[in-house]
Design a protein around this ligand. Sequence first.
Ligand code: UDP
Length: 496
Amino acid sequence: MQAVSVSTQALEPTLAVIGIRRTNRFLAALEQVRAALRGRTIWHINSTAQGGGVAEMLQTMLAYERGAGLDVRWLVMDGDATFFTLTKRLHHRLHGEPGDDGVLGAAERRHYEQITRRNLVSLLAAVNPGDVVVLHDPQTAGLAPRLREAGAMVLWRCHIGIDRINAIAEEAWQFLQPYIELADTRIFSRAAYIPPSIASLPASVIPPAIDALSPKNQPLSAATVRVMLRHIGLLAGAVNGQRRKLPESFFNVKGIDDGVRVLQTQPLPSPGTPLIVQVSRWDPLKDMAGVMRGFAGRRQQLGSAHLALVGPDPSSVTDDPEGVRVYEECVDQWHALPPDARERIHLVCLQMASAEDNALMVNAIQRFATVVVQKSLHEGFGLTVTEAMLKGRPVVASRVGGIQDQIMNGVHGLLLDDPTDTRAFGDAVARLLDDPVLARHLARNARRRAIAEFLGPRQMMQMFDLIHGLNGSNGNVTWEEKHDEGPVALPRRMKR
Ligand code: UDP
């Protein structure tokens, strides 16, 4: 187990974004959980400190919880290549896809449990009876039984699933069942993701959330965005063939220039060039290759628009063994494109050495985008969609998983009924490029919805409420309660 250092972030600025009514709900839930825990620790355990939505969420949520005076810690599991290949197989199958066609048999279970036992040695030495342990995703499920025996309150949170279970997903749930049924409770991002096999056990639905003020989402001026795009090398204007230097204050680490790889024949010619963007891990289910095909096939309808496919440097995401292959397949496909398509498509790999620098670059690219797309074949929730919505970008996304909970088609963005239909995808993007009034309307609604439903305080509040309830207390605080519009009273500890 590796400890991930968690910063401490004051809550007041993020509460200011959500308004007084929701702030009051949040503070009531915080007080309840603080009283219930009485100094006990909340542990979060997942399998990577960087790359992907879970790591993204933990970085900010935990910092705020520490800022609220809770003792919150984050550990990352150790595993070997066989373990991560197996857990990636489980990941695909919980999405209902066969993945690598490998088996989930007795040998796989033995290896899974062996790695689990190894991790338990240090974990059990650190966790005290009464502590709360939140285990994230299939990698950590095996830890639940022993932690519970040791007196911890164990919550297993699953960030993936499919709307209609199939035989492939059922097999993966059977693999996980002996572990997750022994947790105190289970948390899913959508009600539809709760598998029938555990439908009789306690479970909660808590959609994920983003942080409006993190480097990933903090406001950036248009001028700053342009400077950053030039720095990344995506926008023309590099000085003497060199990437534009950024003011020192932008980035923490030196040598960032070495960390950005852009595969392109030339940068975007001007800041006015329309840019379509998908930000994703290099994962087959994100269908970066399909986005490229859809764009290239409809390029005549897309005017002068360019496409940027943006992902982490695939070699740096430790729990995702497929990243390198998927990226290389995209590169091969890019080389095989006709020249007039290739010169409008950019493949961007962002370094992950500093999570903050990576986040700022993603932020700038999302803000620069004319249209943000997320053409996933399956999606747990789709934080990249939330990020684009908060930034007031018009979105075209697949009608899959949690994306449907975020976007109502034609209200907060455009949804694709069939994510494999690259023609419909190209048409939807063309529609937004051709109709800026519609694009602005969708983007405005999207931003409002992201602020109302998908920011951190709502998610933290649901977690607090759940822990409070499991602790034997009652008295839930609901996010949208109608009473109590009084002024916000900050607890003493939070006063400046
Ligand atoms: N992300 C990032 N850098 C990248 C690519 C992705 O920080 O180069 C972030 C992205 O902004 C989002 C998260 O990784 O916050 C992906 O979360 P999502 O729910 O969209 O997908 P997941 O990777 O969890 O399947």
